[in-house]
Design a protein around this ligand. Structure first.
Ligand code: SAM
Ligand code: MD0
Ligand code: SF4
Length: 367
């Protein structure tokens, strides 16, 4: 047995016993490349998931309701400078219909995502009024927990959404390396993005943090992000492999395969075994689901209904119109992995218990 193998089993054993490990040890796990060592890591991640969640997987519907954006993120096809891209802004009734369809199909949550739409952001705080009212109507119609992924919201709007008892605020830093962040999200303040998450957490909302891989980050950057997520106490932690986009500054970046993303998922699972970790259908579609579940993910995200003219983020249309991002299509994959969808009440109970732990003054609507 190699010295490295000794290190690996030792670190993994300590993580499985919830004993502290050093940042350098996290970095070491993130750098694994030997297939046998990766297999050991993935097995441990599955054990850790099973200890907290058994075979249960949560399912998230994704509704990208406005693809207009005032920002110029280097990695994103929806950046404002990309004039080659047709945009859409869905009406309230289109949003409600798509959400109802997904609720009927069995998703546990609907994720409402938009670009930093100038129609919402430019008028100042009054611009957010219609958004808040749309969310109120949606809550009355579907009675599922909601996530909002709208960019960096003003404090007053976060306060209003917390009063509306929106369960989740998702706002991804992409990296916790300040200078890399500046190249990825030019013109957007690093500290302001962090502060919005802190504000939402203080208001009792659950927080999803996210990072990108394949954007020039180092293993140390990845380890720093994982340590940051653990210290902040995020409730859901995501990693997505960067998908190069035409007409963007990163169009010619060499695409990375899915293996590093799976390693990061597994390490996040071992470092934060009790939280939610997505396997996104947005990166590699349905064919990429099993590998991410086998790495320890416990949420399938980016379920999108066909025939509604809705887009993904990393891929504008992958698997959507041929109905491969639906609950029906992913159930056989769960079964192959020895997993099954949770009941809606199990998901609601998890979020309610998590909120009780993190935000005592906050109760979910309809709970
Ligand atoms: N506009 C809001 C914002 O930026 O916070 C909401 C959209 S956000 C949920 C979109 C996320 O998708 C980004 O934060 C990034 O993590 C991911 N993403 C965007 N473009 C991507 C790409 N080309 N490849 C992989 N992930 C991407
Ligand atoms: C996903 N495309 O789940 C979505 C998106 C936003 N909260 C989530 C990145 O993969
Ligand atoms: Fe806009 Fe979000 Fe894309 Fe950045 S990641 S360009 S803020 S939609």
């Amino acid at each position: 047995m190699s010295q490295a193998f000794h290190d690996l089993t030792g670190i993994v054993n300590r993580l499985e016993k919830n004993h502290p490990v050093k940042k350098e040890e996290i970095e070491y796990l993130l750098g694994l490349s030997d297939p046998r060592e990766m297999d050991l890591l993935f097995r441990a991640a599955r054990r850790a998931r099973s200890g907290y969640f058994g075979p249960k997987i949560f399912l998230y519907g994704f509704l990208y309701f406005s693809t207009y954006c005032r920002n110029d993120c280097a990695f994103c096809q929806y950046r404002k400078s990309n004039q080659a891209l047709p945009r859409y802004r869905k009406t309230e009734s289109e949003i409600i219909n798509a959400a109802k369809e997904m609720a009927g199909a069995g998703v546990h949550l609907v994720d409402l995502t938009m670009g930093e739409d100038p129609g919402v952001y430019s008028p100042g705080e009054s611009g957010f009024g219609p958004l808040v009212r749309m969310i109120q109507s949606l809550e009355n119609e579907i009675r599922l927990p909601l996530m909002i992924s709208p960019g960096v919201l003003p404090d007053t709007v976060l306060e209003e959404l917390a009063r509306e008892r929106i369960t989740w605020y998702a706002c991804y830093q992409e990296t916790h390396n300040f200078s890399l962040y500046k190249t990825l999200r030019p013109g957007q303040e690093f500290e302001k993005r962090l502060a919005a998450k802190q504000k939402a957490k203080d208001l009792g909302m659950l927080i999803e943090e996210g990072i990108l891989t394949g954007v020039g980050e180092s293993l140390e950057d990845l380890a720093d992000s994982i340590v940051w997520m653990k210290e902040f106490g995020v409730d859901q932690a995501r990693v997505m492999t960067f998908v190069p986009q035409a007409n963007t500054p990163m169009a010619h970046t060499v695409a990375q395969d899915h293996v590093k993303e799976c390693i990061i998922i597994a390490v996040m699972r071992l470092v934060m075994p009790e939280i939610l970790i997505p396997a996104s259908l947005d990166v590699d579609g349905l064919s990429g689901l099993q590998a991410r579940l086998d790495a320890g993910a416990n949420v399938v995200t980016s379920i999108v209904p066909p025939q509604k003219g809705l887009a993904g983020v990393a891929h504008h249309s992958l698997d959507i119109e041929d109905s491969r991002r639906t609950v029906d299509q992913l159930l056989p994959v769960l079964k192959t992995c020895g997993l099954e969808p949770a009941l809606p009440e199990e998901y609601r109970a998890w979020t309610a218990a998590r909120m009780d732990r993190t935000g005592p003054s906050f109760q979910q609507k309809g709970a």
